[in-house]
Ligand binder design. Structure first.
Ligand code: AMP
Ligand code: ZN
Length: 475
């Protein structure tokens, strides 16, 4: 499956086949959260889809190394270096230190990820761990003439680049250039409007909480430099795939490319994967607006986090997705029905290899073709209702779940535990299995008895033999 994986590369504006720098390996980077508040379900949409991308690449046979930063310094209220530092804002709001806030929301983020079956990246690096690396890169950019010091801060000089707006079409570039001339200069230190700060020493935040010594005075790094440095630190000079939400395209990713390629002297990352936004009726969901939906809030309202994952997977990552409770309700009940149906499949007989291969091919086609997750879910439904034995269905669903991570073959038991109408169906099924196991034991067919125990375990049911008989519980 390697070399047939295709997705839309924002850099070339085309769906392209991924050809990694090193055969068989993918160096992948994800912009991590700014940990001054809970992640909202919009942020989590991006992380769900990036998780699916990573798992799809692994499924396709690649050895993936994925790196994520944690932004705990330098991200100002506006992505273009103006406004208050977001971490400081969080600390003031909660009357805590910046590091306490960072720790709390980093843990909360990974707890959300765990509940959504999002795999933890291989490397997770907080920006505040890498100050020497930032200082090294800023010094090198100054030496090479791509940066300048003005008013105490260090700026990247976008005027030195032949093509700064790398993600924009020719028409958009023209408009952006016009915009540059028309706009009012906000920061008088900047040579060009789009120049951005690499290192702050003097800014309007006199009370910046975290500061470090640097050759340019005591200060702190700009936001963009962290992803360039952390990416290069852990993935080397060549990155295959860089991900983020569409709001990261400009200025964040544009600035990352400017810095990294000026520093390295060659192309840095070949493929750029961007997830479109989750919006609510009033527009884009954002942390700074203060009002946003969290996964915990959905949990309090009784939604299964995996129903939200399925909600994300049912639409294409490149399309904006509108959140409404009505839409989520529909997906949640479809999810519940689906996993309950799967819970009734019997793990018996032999896998039909021809059937397995045919459906697997359909699934591979869907995910390798610009990560068509809604099509992949259609294949799941096709498998469930197909005319093939249960063993083959279960094998296929387990295989697909390596990418989808919807707990397809185990979640049914959770619903029974929740005490809804799946209870009875599952209880009847387990009772039948226990009776069958008793028969097998009586006939001294212990292999069969063990197989039944294992089958129940795959559905999240554990059994125990007691003097009063066999009892079961959901594990
Ligand atoms: P932040 O914590 O603000 O740095 O954002 C974390 C990630 O969420 C970034 O990749 C953003 O591009 C992404 N993001 C922000 N808002 C949304 C949204 N409404 N829908 C989807 N992704 C988003
Ligand atoms: Zn980033």
């Amino acid at each position: 499956m390697e070399n047939q994986f295709r997705f839309y590369n924002t850099l070339t504006r085309e769906v392209e086949t991924v050809v990694p720098h090193e055969e068989g390996k993918i160096a992948m980077y994800t912009c991590g959260p700014t940990v001054y508040h809970f992640a909202h379900i919009g942020n989590l949409r991006s992380y769900v889809m990036e998780d699916v991308l990573e798992k799809a690449l692994r499924y396709a046979g690649y050895d993936v190394k994925r790196v994520m930063n944690i932004t705990d310094v330098g991200h100002l209220a506006s992505d273009a270096d103006t406004g208050e530092d977001k971490m400081l804002k969080g600390a003031k709001r909660e009357n805590k230190t910046v590091m306490e806030v960072a720790r709390f929301y980093t843990d909360a983020f990974f707890e959300d990820c765990r509940r959504l079956n999002i795999k933890r990246p291989d490397v997770v690096e907080p920006a505040t761990n890498c100050i020497p690396e930032f200082i090294h890169m800023v010094s090198a950019l100054l030496e090479k003439g791509y940066a300048y010091v003005a008013g105490g801060n260090v700026y990247f000089d976008t005027g030195k680049l032949a093509d700064y707006f790398v993600f924009s079409s020719a028409v958009e570039k023209e408009q952006l250039q016009v915009g540059v001339r028309d706009d009012v200069e906000e920061d008088k230190n900047k040579r060009n409007k789009n120049d951005f700060v690499l290192w702050f020493t003097k800014s309007k935040f006199e009370n910046q909480a975290l500061k470090w010594e640097s050759p340019w005075g005591v200060g702190y790094p700009g936001w963009h430099i962290e992803c360039s440095c952390i990416g290069i630190k852990h993935l080397g000079e060549y990155m295959d795939i860089h991900c983020g939400g569409v709001d990261n395209i400009f200025p964040h990713h544009t600035n990352e490319i400017a810095q990294s390629e000026s520093y390295l002297g060659h192309e840095w990352c070949k493929y750029w994967f961007h997830v479109n936004h989750l919006n609510d009726k009033s527009g884009k969901m954002s942390k700074s607006s203060g009002e946003f939906l969290t996964l915990s809030l959905l949990g309090e309202k009784g939604y299964d986090p995996l129903a939200y994952r399925m909600f994300c997977l049912q639409s294409h990552y490149r399309k904006p997705l509108v959140f409404s409770y009505e839409n989520l309700d529909n997906v949640a009940s479809a999810y519940e029905k689906l996993v309950k149906k799967i819970a009734l499949l019997k793990d018996e007989g032999e896998v039909d290899d021809a059937c397995f291969a045919a459906y697997r091919e359909q699934f591979v086609d869907a995910i390798c073709n610009d990560l068509n997750t809604s099509m992949a879910i259609t294949v799941v439904y096709d498998v469930v209702k197909a005319d093939m034995n249960d063993k083959t269905k279960l094998a296929l669903l387990q295989d697909f779940d390596r990418v989808l991570s919807l707990d397809l073959t185990t979640a049914g038991a959770r619903y029974a535990e929740a005490g809804n109408d799946g209870d009875e169906e599952l209880a009847a099924f387990v009772a039948a299995k226990i009776a069958e196991r008793q028969e097998a034991k009586k006939a001294k067919d212990f292999a069969r008895a063990d197989a039944i125990r294992e089958e129940l375990a795959t559905k999240g049911v554990s059994i125990r033999d007691t003097r009063e008989g066999t009892v079961w519980e959901l594990s």
